[in-house]
Design a binder for this molecule. Structure first.
Ligand code: SAM
Length: 286
């Protein structure tokens, strides 16, 4: 790579409201020599009346391998390349991974130009815990595969975020309710940043009922969020494993109080486990 090597910019674009194109994103696109996009007609709307200075080239899953090679040539020639998707942050359930991983392997400079992302917009407005979350992209379209994916997530304690098509929303809500339980909290974020933006909040059963009552499938784009599973209470073995070493160092009442706090267990229950250990002649319990 020469010192005149180009740079690859990953530019986020609006998810509905064109005012969400940041000044830096606009300038980066205007200054680029080559812009990779999903649909060149959609991309043209991001440029002013005079149109793009850059060459616009389509990028999708079927041509990404070939495009990656062309992008490396452009970067080697010192060009500024921008990668965008139709909406939101590129690579997030959108093309671009191969291009970026190839550029990273070859040591080119990769510059994120952050902006809208439907998953993050939905999460921060949902009212569900945001400290830890799991972005799951799109669920499988086929019912059996979707249910088995959900089953792998049943014990996940982080807030779950799914992209979903409005057409399949009712089925996915029903599957989530049957796998996670209908009383798990859920939010559907629909048409964010657009005229008909709405957030439907409630339990999975309640959110399903809201959309069922409307009759037809909702219009537009949706993100589905589901609150994480409550942590499973610690089993007796786990409590004993914590309690044992504490009993060796501390008075029983103190050891019990600490073990109960660490295991998020009932103090009287932990005390009974400590007594049962005494009766079994096991002062260390574990
Ligand atoms: N890369 C994009 C991003 O950063 O958000 C996501 C692209 S993915 C192909 C499209 C999905 O994002 C839609 O099916 C929907 O789940 C979600 N989405 C995009 N725009 C949205 C909006 N304005 N409101 C709600 N969901 C949206």
């Amino acid at each position: 790579m020469s010192i005149t090597s180009g740079k690859l910019f990953l530019v986020a674009t609006p998810i509905g409201n064109l005012e969400d194109l940041t000044p830096r994103a606009r300038r980066t696109l205007d200054e680029s020599d080559l812009v990779l996009c999903e649909d060149t007609r959609v991309a043209r709307r991001l440029f002013g009346a005079s149109g793009p200075r850059a060459r616009l080239r389509s990028l999708h899953e079927h041509n990404e391998q070939d495009r990656a090679a062309a992008v490396m040539e452009a970067l080697a020639a010192g060009e500024q390349v921008a990668l965008i998707s139709d909406a939101g942050t590129p690579l997030i359930s959108d093309p671009g991974y191969r291009v970026v991983s190839t550029a990273a392997e070859q040591g080119y400079t990769i510059v994120p130009v952050p902006g809208a992302c439907a998953a993050v917009a939905a999460l921060c407005a949902a009212g569900l815990p945001t400290d830890r979350f799991a972005f799951e992209g799109f669920l499988p379209a086929k019912a059996a595969a979707r249910r088995s994916r959900l089953e792998t997530l049943a014990a996940e304690s982080r807030t779950l975020i799914f992209y979903e098509s409005a057409r399949r929303l009712a089925e996915s809500l029903a599957d989530c309710a049957s796998v996670f339980g209908g009383d798990r909290p859920a939010v559907v974020a629909r048409e964010m940043t657009k005229v008909h933006e709405e957030f439907v909040r409630g339990s999975l059963d309640e959110v399903s009922a809201v959309f069922a009552a409307r009759g037809s499938a909702p219009k537009g784009e949706v993100v589905l969020l589901v609150g994480g599973a409550a942590p499973a209470p610690a089993g007796d073995d786990a409590i004993r494993a914590v309690l044992g070493p504490l009993l060796k160092e501390l008075p029983k009442s103190q050891a019990v109080r600490l073990a109960a706090r660490i295991c998020d267990a009932d103090r009287r229950y932990v005390y009974r486990l400590a007594l049962a250990g005494d009766e079994a002649g096991d002062p260390g319990v574990a």
